[in-house]
Design a binder for this molecule. Structure first.
Ligand SMILES: [Zn+2]
Length: 143
């Protein structure tokens, strides 16, 4: 199971009272539809442990795929989703030309892949197809 810690979304957890916590999360993408579900899941998870959770959304500094852990990237690959390739911070400092790294197929590891649409099943992902095994797959974009 891919956790919000793997994704680097979970920023902070503070115990604010005997049975209450304040959780800070940063959305992966403003308007990412998964965030409402994540917020509800967090509240539910804490509720089953007897805690009342306040969930704060913090937008700055903006989330970047650099916060994703290696474990998180490995799990994405297991789900057949290509993890972000390259570091967003490095891409930002590369000057006027943004380096587009080849996206590796999560099925056969081929670098011979092609972007089909900029926006896949969610706005955080792009839809790619592998030109070797012909499998379509989601690519988690570097942000
Ligand atoms: Zn492939």
């Amino acid at each position: 199971m891919l956790t919000i810690e793997d994704l680097g979304i979970l920023r902070d957890v503070h115990v604010t009272g005997e049975q209450s916590v304040r959780v800070t999360i940063t959305p992966t993408y403003s308007g990412c539809p998964a965030m409402d579900a994540i917020r509800d899941d967090l509240k539910k998870a804490f509720a089953t442990e007897g805690y009342k959770a306040e969930v704060d959304l913090v937008l700055a500094p903006a989330w970047t795929t650099d916060w994703m852990t290696d474990a998180g990237k490995a799990k994405l690959r297991e789900y057949g989703i290509a993890p972000p390739s390259g570091m967003a911070a490095a891409a930002r400092h590369a000057g006027p030309i943004r380096l587009q790294m080849a996206v590796k197929c999560p099925q056969c590891s081929s670098l011979n892949t092609k972007e089909l649409t900029r926006f896949g099943s969610t706005s955080c992902k792009a839809l790619y197809v592998c030109k070797d095994c012909l499998e379509p797959f989601d690519y988690f974009k570097v942000l």
